[in-house]
Design a protein around this ligand. Structure first.
Ligand SMILES: [Zn+2]
Length: 376
C-alpha cells in the first residue's frame, strides 16, 4: 500500500497506486460496523488492516487520524432489533459494546473519531437539500433520491452488474418512485418498523451512503486522505458516498486514495450468516492467542481475497513465536535493518517481507516490528 520517503521531512505514501503526499497527519475514514450481530473474522480482518495502515503511517512519521463510523440507522439493524423486541438504539449500543471488546482483544486502537449515524440526521438533511439545489437529487413521495447516472461507469461496472449489486446491498433498484433504478435514497420516506425524523419532505430516515458522506464531511471536511473498508463495500456504498460528497462540495477527488482490504472466504464462499459459515471472533480467541489471529490477517498481501483454514492459525502462531524469540536475541542495534523494514512496510504494506527481515536481524529490529504491527 505505501511507499514512504521521510528523508525530506514529509512522507509520500503510495496507496493502491495513488501517490499521496502527507505533511503531518493523515485523515483516514473507515466504514465501521452496522451493530446488529457478533463480530466475525471478515469484520476483524478489515479493522485489523485499517489499524495497521494507521500504525505504519505513524512509523513513517505521520499522525493518523482515524474516523470509524457506527451505522446505527440501518434497515438490517432495524430488522434485527425488531426480532429481539428491542429499540434500535438500545440494540445497537449492546452490539457496539461487544464489538469494542473484540477490537480491544485484537489490539485495534480506538479511533480518534467515532460518529454515530443517528446523531448526524440533521447533516444528512442539509446534504439532501444541497444536492437538490445542485440539481443532482430530486424529491418524490417524501423521499429524496440522488441521480446515480455515471456512478457505476466511474466504478468500472456496467449497468446490469451495478443494479445486481445495488439490489444485493438493499438499494431497492425496483422502487417505483425513482426516475432511474440506479438512483439511491439520500432520504427515505417513513415506513413502519423503522425510526423516523422530521424533515422538509416529511418524516423519514437517512439513506446508508448519505449517512457516511455526511459523517465524513462533518468530521474531516470535503476530502479525506484515505478511505478504507472491506472490498465488498466498493460498490455501491463507497462509489455513491464519493459521488454525493463530490457533487455537494465540488471538491474532487473526495478520497485521495482507497484502501479496500481483501475479502475472507470459507471454502471459496463469502462468509455470511445465511450461508451458516461464519467464523466468529469469539470462538477463534477462545482457542488461539490474539497475536496469532492478528498475524494470520496481516501476514499476506492486503488487497487479496483469502480463504480461511484452521492450519493458517498454526502457521501464524509459529511465525509469532519466531518473532518473539528474535526480539529477545541480544544483538547489536542495526539502524539499517530498521530502515529497510520501514521501506518494506511502506512498499505496499509488505508485512511478510518485513517479518522475514525482522526475524533474521533480531534484537531492536524485531522489537520495533512487534510494536509497529501491534503484536506486543
Ligand atoms: Zn461507509
Amino acid at each position: 500500500m505505501t511507499r514512504t520517503d521521510t528523508a525530506a521531512g514529509a512522507a509520500v505514501a503510495v496507496i493502491a497506486g495513488q501517490r499521496v503526499e502527507l505533511l503531518d497527519r493523515a485523515r483516514i475514514y473507515a466504514c465501521g460496523i452496522t451493530p446488529y450481530d457478533v463480530t466475525h473474522l471478515g469484520h476483524a480482518a478489515t479493522f485489523v488492516w485499517i489499524d495497521a495502515v494507521g500504525r505504519m503511517l505513524r512509523f513513517a512519521g505521520v499522525k493518523p487520524e482515524v474516523c470509524r463510523n457506527v451505522t446505527d440507522v440501518d434497515d438490517v439493524l432495524d430488522a434485527a432489533a425488531r426480532r429481539a423486541g428491542t429499540a434500535y438504539d438500545e440494540f445497537a449500543a449492546i452490539q457496539q459494546f461487544q464489538f469494542d471488546r473484540d477490537m480491544a482483544a485484537l489490539g485495534v486502537r480506538s479511533p480518534e473519531h467515532e460518529p454515530r449515524a443517528h446523531r448526524y440526521v440533521e447533516q444528512v438533511i442539509r446534504l439532501a437539500s444541497g444536492l437538490i439545489d445542485a440539481g443532482v437529487a430530486y424529491h418524490r413521495r417524501g423521499s429524496v433520491y440522488f441521480r446515480g447516472q455515471g456512478v457505476a461507469s466511474r466504478a468500472g461496472l456496467d449497468r446490469a452488474e451495478a443494479l445486481r449489486l445495488s439490489a444485493e446491498f438493499g438499494g431497492r433498484p425496483d422502487d417505483p418512485a425513482k426516475d432511474d433504478p440506479v438512483d439511491v435514497a439520500v432520504w427515505q420516506a417513513t415506513e413502519p418498523g423503522h425510526p423516523a425524523w422530521d424533515s422538509p419532505w416529511g418524516p423519514g430516515r437517512p439513506g446508508w451512503h448519505a449517512e457516511c458522506a455526511a459523517m465524513a464531511m462533518s468530521v474531516f471536511g470535503p476530502a479525506v486522505d484515505v478511505h478504507a473498508g472491506g472490498a465488498d463495500l466498493k460498490f455501491p456504498h463507497h462509489a455513491y458516498h464519493a459521488a454525493m460528497a463530490e457533487a455537494f462540495t465540488g471538491v474532487r477527488p473526495y478520497a485521495r486514495a482507497w484502501f479496500h482490504s481483501g475479502v475472507v472466504t470459507i471454502d471459496g464462499a463469502k462468509m455470511a450468516k445465511s450461508a451458516g459459515n461464519l467464523i466468529l471472533l469469539d470462538d477463534l480467541l477462545a482457542k488461539h492467542p490474539a497475536g496469532a489471529v492478528r498475524l494470520m490477517i496481516l501476514d499476506r498481501p492486503w488487497a487479496q481475497n483469502w480463504d480461511y483454514r484452521r492450519a493458517l492459525l498454526d502457521v501464524a502462531a509459529a511465525r509469532l513465536q519466531n518473532l518473539y524469540q528474535a526480539a529477545a536475541r541480544n544483538v547489536p542495534n542495526d539502524p539499517a535493518a530498521v530502515d529497510a523494514m520501514r521501506h518494506l512496510l511502506a512498499d505496499d504494506l509488505n508485512v511478510p517481507a518485513a517479518l522475514d527481515l525482522a526475524i533474521e536481524a533480531g534484537g531492536a529490529a524485531a522489537r520495533t516490528l512487534t510494536g509497529v504491527l501491534g503484536l506486543s
